[in-house]
Design a protein around this ligand. Structure first.
Ligand code: PLP
Length: 866
């Protein structure tokens, strides 16, 4: 038998054992694993839950008030299992006749009336006993060498100090030290595969005990540890653990590999895939755990083991709702020594376990996690009354705890600036950082947490705190698993390689713009029926050919300075001033005068301008830019709304502005809001229109509502492509609700970003302290976005398309540490001096922000027009 003691433990939950085809899957998976070892020495232990819904029904019976009829629900369960046997073409009497009789006997057991704890455990154990028995009969019938085994012979409940009698029977822990003699006895069972029950164990008195919540996962882990199994496979109906709950964050990434501590933390702080209790036994025994999807067995799932590469970084973000905060203010006279002991004693008295703690000299705030505690109104009231003897108490609920999990959290703080900024806009009650450096938790009001996770998740990726490029840890996104990889057309420059290489010969750095791409983007927007006016924000790229191209497509132009106005009319002299907007910020008075003289539409965004320059505005038509109280966008520095931003009149001052305008005979004919750049949520613009339309009704003279620009482009290969159809549908719908206004948009980036590339030449390739760097002949001087916004641009070696790749940082020649165009990029290992690098999606805010810092020359520009 010695060579036959390598075990793999497979666990299947309720939904995986409730249908015939699922049992076929179980049989197939078990057979495959037994066939895998070349010596045929691998054996399989299958741990199963009860059929779905059965444990809940049994629990209801076990805890039914005394006197309530329990015979009927027992009879229903008998029927359910008989029907399932019929589905499997099994003779129910032969297979489970005795078990069903035993089940019904429990209804008339003398222990039933007092609802004795040992009787309750026995009742609850019936579901697994039945499902495992049925499964063995079915798979044996299919020819699998499989036998039944009673988990209670192998799993011994241990009682812990401080445990209540209830917990010692209905929420037990089990002994799980590896024991060679036990493995030998276990392996002496005759069949190669065995099926046993999750959730149940033997009580010290020889009777039945149950493991409580998450019991089946934990049983599998105990068996894995006892047998020192090759691995434990938890088969579920999701592909594994994710970097966030995929239902809330479709871009959440599958976590391919985790170490035990990280997995424990993720399971504890939110992910429901694996019960947190089930990790410790495997960790202690160093048995790897795999989480796999019964519906998609070909996916690799999540593997948890000791040798997981532990790259520092945020691996997951989770949210727990229903968290209760208890803030306790010490009362002046109360002794300082022993204050904490006094309050915690009271939590213990009420059976409450404390999760997070924040403390100051006079205040201690703790959180209660509803999944660990029975926090009812009654319990809280009693606790508060009790605590009131030693402190002033305030209960804050319901709260949400949002937790970032990952190794080395403290070394990541510099990458979390956007996260802090986002929380800075909410009311944060408590911040807690775990002493094991694995988590950082923010507690906010539950209502404020809605919609926050997708944003935080995107910020973690953007800021580099969540290292999703590391494929050993991060698998595909949920969206990709569910819908396939987003189909992206190849970029225009892929077909223009030879030409671009040739152009680079004329000198680098140089930008190249593809007018066909500009035209295509412009046409998409003009074709939106709900949009009455499109303006191109020329600051994104004022190249003359681009301006002429978008004007030909039907766009007007939006300028933010007198220089831009002069440039526009010099470039497109025939353009009617009616099609030009002037939307400056803190511009000098003379620029407004010049704009009025040109006859363009002037937008102002503060009351002081009207008050200080009444003669400038008297009798004019203007548009008014509003701050709707919040900013949006891909980086703190591009959010142009909210208290921190200098733009826009706060809505609270609208009435005062309207009154001042009336007094001067100024007609407000447009309302405008542009709240940021690179906004991913396509619903943003319809909300802006709705808000502005609501305000416009009160202003009375408004004809046009301008909902700004800010449409994003997908810079990263796995960022979702902007859902323009959803954007359109949203504004079309809202336009129908408020049809009397003309609707204007003013995108910049969307039209030109993908149309432009920056060509650079490699200057030097250097390795320093293990970091390989490719130097280019321009950096932040030619393209400021990475240094300024931590923006990500694709970087390609145009001279070498094939060959092995290694990871490089790509840096420029500017004397600034921040002069980095990209970090950790896979580029040909043969990259050498003179190679041409292409920086993708550089058409927006590239050349227009370039400068001559360090007295380096400005980039050249070429236009491709075919
Ligand atoms: C910059 C700017 C835009 C364009 O923003 P994008 O994110 O490039 O679309 C639109 N309106 C105003 C007022 C701007 O300043």
């Amino acid at each position: 038998m010695a060579q036959a003691t390598r075990w793999i433990v497979l666990k299947f939950g309720g939904t995986s054992v409730s249908r015939r085809n699922r049992w076929d899957t179980i049989g197939r998976l078990a057979a495959k694993r037994m066939a895998a070892g070349d010596d045929g020495g691998t054996r399989v232990l299958v741990v199963v839950s009860a059929l779905s819904g059965v444990t809940n029904a049994l629990q209801a019976i076990a805890s039914a008030p005394v006197g309530e009829d329990i015979a009927a629900p027992f009879a229903e369960l008998v029927e359910r299992h008989r029907a399932f046997c019929a589905d499997l073409d099994l003779d129910a009497d032969a297979v489970v006749g005795q078990r069903l009789a035993a089940l019904q006997a429990l209804a008339v057991d003398p222990r039933a009336t007092p609802r004795a704890l040992d009787w309750q455990a026995e009742v609850m154990a019936q579901g697994e006993l039945l499902s495992s028995t049925i499964g063995v009969a079915y798979l044996a019938g299919q020819g699998l060498d499989v036998g039944w085994c009673d988990a209670r012979q192998w799993l011994d409940a241990v009682s812990l100090p401080n445990q209540s009698a209830w917990a010692q029977r209905l929420s037990v822990n089990c002994r799980h030290e590896h024991d060679a003699a036990l493995v030998e006895r276990f392996s002496a069972q005759p069949t190669r595969a065995l099926i046993t029950q999750g959730f149940i164990a033997r009580h010290a008195d020889g009777g039945t005990a149950v493991l409580g919540r998450g019991g089946s996962d934990t049983s599998a882990a105990y068996f894995g540890a006892l047998l020192k199994a090759e691995r434990v496979e938890i088969w579920t109906d999701v592909p594994g653990m994710f970097s966030a709950n995929p239902r809330e964050v479709p871009d959440a990434r599958l976590l391919a590999r985790l170490d035990y501590a990280e997995a424990q933390e993720i399971a504890t702080t939110g992910a429901k895939v694996l019960h947190p209790r089930s990790i410790a036994p495997c960790r202690d025994a160093r048995v790897p755990i795999s989480i796999l999807d019964t519906e998609r067995p070909e996916l690799p799932g999540t593997r948890i083991d000791a040798s997981a590469v532990t790259v520092p970084g945020v691996k997951a973000i989770s949210r727990r709702n229903g968290v209760v905060l208890v803030a306790m203010e010490s009362i002046g006279m109360w002794q300082q020594v022993g204050f904490l002991a006094d309050i915690f004693e009271r939590f213990k008295r009420h059976g409450l376990s404390v999760d997070l703690i924040g403390s100051s000299e006079t205040n201690v705030t703790i959180s209660l996690d509803p999944s660990e505690n029975l926090v009812t109104g009654n319990v809280l009231e009693a606790l508060a009354a009790d605590l009131a003897e030693v402190c002033r108490v305030k209960v804050i609920a319901p709260c949400a705890a949002i937790t970032l999990v990952g190794r080395g959290m403290r070394s990541l703080l510099h990458r979390l600036s956007d996260i802090w900024a986002t929380f800075g806009r909410e009311r944060v009650h408590l911040i807690s950082q775990s002493s094991n450096d694995l988590n950082l938790t923010f507690v906010i009001d539950e209502a404020d947490a809605d919609g926050l996770l997708p944003q935080l998740h995107a910020e973690l990726i953007r800021g580099g705190a969540m290292p999703v490029r590391d494929e050993s840890v991060f698998g595909p996104s949920w969206r990709e698993i569910a819908h396939g990889r987003p189909q992206r057309a190849a970029p225009w420059w892929a077909a223009a390689r030879e030409r671009l290489l040739q152009q680079a010969q004329a000198g680098t750095p140089r930008y190249a713009y593809d007018l066909a791409t500009v035209r295509a983007r412009a046409a998409e927007l003009v074709a939106t029926t709900a949009v009455d006016h499109c303006y191109f924000a020329i600051k994104a790229n004022p190249h003359a050919d681009i301006l002429r191209t978008v004007v030909e497509q039907g766009f007007g132009l939006e300028c933010v300075s007198q220089g831009e106005l002069d440039h526009v009319f010099a470039t497109v002299p025939e353009l009617s001033p009616r099609r030009v907007l002037f939307t400056p910020s803190f511009a000098p008075r003379r620029e407004y005068e010049a704009a009025f003289a040109r006859g363009v539409t002037v937008t102002i965004d503060n009351l002081e301008a009207l008050q200080n320059w009444p003669e400038l505005f008297r009798g004019r038509e203007i548009w008014l830019r509003l701050d709707l109280g919040h900013g949006e966008g891909h980086h703190e520095k591009v959010r142009t709304g909210g208290i921190a931003a200098k733009f826009g009149l706060p809505t609270a001052r609208l009435d005062a502005f309207v009154a001042a305008a009336r007094a001067l005979g100024v007609r407000i004919t447009g309302l405008h809001a542009h709240l940021g750049s690179g906004i991913d949520d396509p619903r943003h613009w319809r909300e802006v229109y709705a808000q502005l339309a609501g305000l416009a009704d009160a202003v009375d003279t408004v004809e046009t509502i301008d909902i700004g620009g800010g449409l994003p482009v997908a810079y990263m290969p796995d960022s979702p492509v902007f859902d323009l159809a959803a954007w359109r549908a949203g504004i079309e719908e809202i336009k129908q609700a408020y049809p009397r206004y003309r609707l204007a948009v003013e995108p910049g980036r969307y039209l030109v970003a993908e149309a432009g590339v920056l060509l650079l030449a490699v200057t030097q390739v250097v390795e320093k302290d293990g970091v390989r760097r490719i130097g280019a002949d321009a950096g932040m001087n030619a393209l400021m976005r990475p240094a300024m916004y931590e923006a990500w641009h694709g970087i390609h070696n145009l001279s070498r398309v094939d060959g092995a790749t290694v990871s490089f940082d790509i840096v420029g020649p500017i004397c600034e540490t921040g002069d980095v165009l990209g970090r950790d990029r896979l580029l040909p290992s043969a990259t050498a001096e003179g190679d041409v690098l292409l920086i993708a999606d550089a058409g927006a805010y590239g050349m227009s922000m370039a400068n001559t810092y360090n007295l380096r020359a400005m980039p050249a520009e070429d236009v491709l027009n075919d």
